[in-house]
Structures are given as structure tokens and as C-alpha cells.
Design a protein. Structure first.
Length: 133
């Protein structure tokens, strides 16, 4: 995600966007497969939907920001935190998702993406509170 917002090296940013779009498609496909292939676990899979949706919204927001001539996240509009501050938060959320443990508290986030990241944080917290998902 962060590479997509990095310095404007056009070829690198293009590759990062392409990779991010591909990963977003893989996430959506995997969720759909699990939902359809595991009818006995449908309710457990559906409990993951808020986290999947929040992740999709983060990716869409980052992709939208990366297409701006001068990405707002990169240039700190609203004097918000540096977009590189997003990397530790996303790493913490990814570790939490993989381990099924509560996510660490969030630090200050760029205003343009704070809502999406907070939604993911809340969704993962709920999943961690409900074992077996």
C-alpha cells in the first residue's frame, strides 16, 4: 500500500498500483470462494465481512490517492501525519488479522484514510473477541 503512495517514480508507482489491484481482486475472490465453498461455515465467514470490506475500502482509497497528480496523502494535506506513518499501523493490523489477536492501538493517521483504517481496526477487534472465526 505504501509503495503506491511513494515518490512519483511513475514506473514504480504503476507497478505498485497494478500489484495492489491484483491483491484486491485476490482478496475478493478468496472471500467469495470461502463463502460459497464452505456452507457449514457461512456464518463464520460472514463475520469476517466487515474486515474484508474495510480492507477493500483502504485499497480503493489508496489507489484513488495515488492517481492524483500530487497525491494528497504524500503531500500532507490538512497537515496530517506523514503517509509513511500508515505503514506501522497497517503492519500491526495485518499481524493481528493473521494471529486472530486484538490489534494494537492506532497512532495518528493521515486524515484522508483514518476512517477506513479505524473501521478495519474495529472489525479486527470484534473478530478477536469472537474466537472461531
Amino acid at each position: 500500500v505504501i509503495e503506491t503512495l511513494g515518490p512519483d517514480f511513475r514506473a514504480e508507482r504503476r507497478r505498485a498500483r497494478k500489484s495492489l489491484r491484483r491483491q484486491l481482486g485476490s482478496l475478493s475472490d478468496q472471500f467469495d470462494r470461502e463463502l460459497n465453498d464452505l456452507p457449514g461455515r457461512r456464518s463464520a465467514v460472514m463475520r469476517q465481512w466487515p474486515a474484508v470490506l474495510a480492507t477493500e475500502r483502504i485499497v480503493q482509497r489508496v489507489l484513488a490517492e495515488s492517481w492524483a497528480p500530487e497525491p494528497r496523502l504524500e503531500h500532507g494535506i490538512d497537515d496530517g501525519p506523514d503517509p509513511r506513518d500508515l505503514a506501522p499501523a497497517l503492519r500491526g493490523l495485518a499481524i493481528s488479522a493473521e494471529a486472530g489477536t486484538p490489534a494494537p492501538p492506532l497512532s495518528a493517521l493521515p486524515a484522508q484514510i483514518a476512517l477506513e483504517v479505524s473501521d478495519l481496526h474495529a472489525a479486527l477487534a470484534e473478530l478477536a473477541d469472537r474466537p472461531g472465526t
